[in-house]
Ligand binder design. Structure first.
Ligand code: AHR
Length: 480
């Protein structure tokens, strides 16, 4: 029997930005081609979008979607994939294999976002692309004047601008095996500045995301040079089993927390307001505090074969990891954007099965958070309880986060990451409503016929709430 944990409500920590529930689609294996977009599917509409996938995505309700990569941005030329379909240019997909199908390009992506009520977030090619090409992309998307690229968009049938606000200045540029030379941070800084200049001169209202990572010295060099020019610092995190058994990914999550907290500490050293910005830039500097865009995150058990372990079947252990990671995201207010990687088929909550799309396990905790955890973020305090995670070492059993809903009540999600023991919590007196997600075992997974996730609704006594082993519990209607 484990000890009871008292959870106390402490101070507020700002508002949870909806953009932490973002998604990501890339030209990678079957994420876009055969996932989002598949004109040959019986579920496709007249635009080639799979409506069954769209419906599942609509329920996940992403407020922001990132595109076209990811690593594919190293070779992505946006002009290949706009205008009449028969004029588009198909290239070999050098990064992920196969071909890079240009049928789903900028306009199709923006339209997909709008159908879901999401903001588009575009990542520009800093490797084989140029600042001019990136600036032209901004103009094609956002131009309202009589310029060539604004007119080009109109000639493609889009009178109104796409108003793309979020622009990523490269992707994982520090990764030496990737194409390009930007793993040398001084070259990233030199080139990122040129890209931002052209892009912000084209549309000064855009917000830019600078490449950051788990190396503090990279982040410091980038921000020392570019903090007035960037609105967000991008961080990516994938946890993996790493030959450490069932709890391996939970050990991996410690690296996520460390990376975010080191970046937060660094961000705090830069001013919120930029003074004396050279007016000759002719666009404004960053306004307000630098923020973190965790614009790729998930669990990824990498395999060195042709699909790199990307076509992952997620089990219930992975869903508990996702619930835990979302709690980490919500407890770090500096993270204002987060994009689960990726939406369909590849490391994905949605599988586009030929007989109809279905959710993998990881979608269920995501939905619980997305539907309930919006509002004023509330700090919680509790004495951590630990359990033996085998080869992954000693781990904390619980992850908790809370928001105050519009009606003044408190909503809390508590994740029990211990698959062997129930844990008991107390959060005051009275009764509350609870929704509990469990599965029969950590290895359970969903397929096109069966959903392995059990959902129970019940009333709980707040002074003794029992969290089943490996469970996620939403506790709502709390008046504390
Ligand atoms: O999401 C898959 C890949 O992971 C992305 O292309 C890349 O940015 C990251 O390394």
């Amino acid at each position: 029997m484990t000890m009871k944990t008292n959870i106390r409500v402490s101070d507020g920590m700002g508002t949870v930005k909806e953009t932490v529930y973002g998604q990501f689609i890339e030209h990678i294996l079957t994420c876009i081609e055969g996932g989002v977009y598949d004109p040959h599917s019986s579920f496709a509409d007249e635009t080639g979008i799979r409506t069954d996938v769209l419906d599942k995505a609509r329920e996940l309700n992403p407020p922001i979607i990132r595109f076209p990569g990811g690593t594919i941005m190293c070779q992505y030329h946006w002009e290949d994939a706009v205008g009449p379909q028969d004029k588009r240019i198909k290239r070999k997909n050098l990064i992920w294999g196969g071909e890079l199908n240009p049928s789903f390009g900028t306009a199709e992506f923006v339209s997909f976002c709008r159908r879901l009520g999401a903001e588009p977030m575009i990542c520009v090619n800093m490797v084989s692309g140029t600042p001019e090409e990136a600036g032209n992309w901004v103009e094609y998307c956002n131009g309202t004047g009589d310029s060539y690229y604004a007119q080009l968009r109109r000639s493609h049938g889009y009178e109104e601008p796409f108003n793309v606000k979020y622009w990523c200045i490269g992707n994982e540029s520090y990764a030496e095996p990737d194409l390009g030379v930007h793993h040398d941070v001084s070259l990233y800084i030199r080139d990122a500045l040129e890209f931002i200049k052209v892009m912000k001169l084209t549309d000064s209202s855009i917000e830019t995301v600078l490449v950051g990572c788990d190396k503090p010295e990279w982040n410091k060099a980038v921000l020392d040079a570019l903090h007035p020019f960037g609105d967000y610092l991008s961080l990516h995190h994938y946890s993996a089993e790493n030959q450490k058994g069932l709890y391996g990914p939970f050990e991996g999550e410690k690296a996520l927390i460390q990376m975010v907290e080191e970046a937060e500490a660094l961000i705090d050293t830069y001013p919120d307001t930029i003074e004396n910005f050279n007016p000759w830039y002719r666009f404004p500097p960053r306004k307000g505090k630098l923020k973190i865009a965790l614009d790729e995150w998930n669990i990824w058990n990498f395999v060195a074969d042709k699909t790199y372990g990307l076509l992952s079947t997620y089990n219930w252990r992975d869903a508990i990891w996702v619930a835990s990671a979302l709690s980490v995201i919500l407890n770090h207010p500096s993270i204002e954007i987060a994009n689960m990687a990726q939406l369909v088929n590849v490391l994905a909550p949605i599988i586009a099965h030929p007989e109809g799309a279905y959710y993998q396990t990881i979608a269920y905790p995501f939905l619980l958070y997305r539907k309930n955890m919006i509002g004023e973020r509330v700090n919680l305090e509790w004495q951590p309880v630990y359990f033996d995670g085998g080869e992954a070492g000693t781990l904390e059993a619980l992850r908790c986060c809370a928001v105050r809903a519009e009606d003044g009540s408190l909503r809390m999600i508590v994740v029990n990451r211990d698959f062997s023991n129930a844990h008991t919590i107390s959060i005051g007196t009275g009764k509350a409503s609870a929704t509990v997600l469990t599965a029969d075992s950590p290895e359970a997974f969903c397929d096109e016929k069966t959903c392995c996730v059990h959902k129970e609704e019940k009333t709980v006594a707040c002074d003794e709430i029992i969290l089943p082993p490996g469970s996620v519990m939403l506790i709502s209607d709390l008046h504390i």
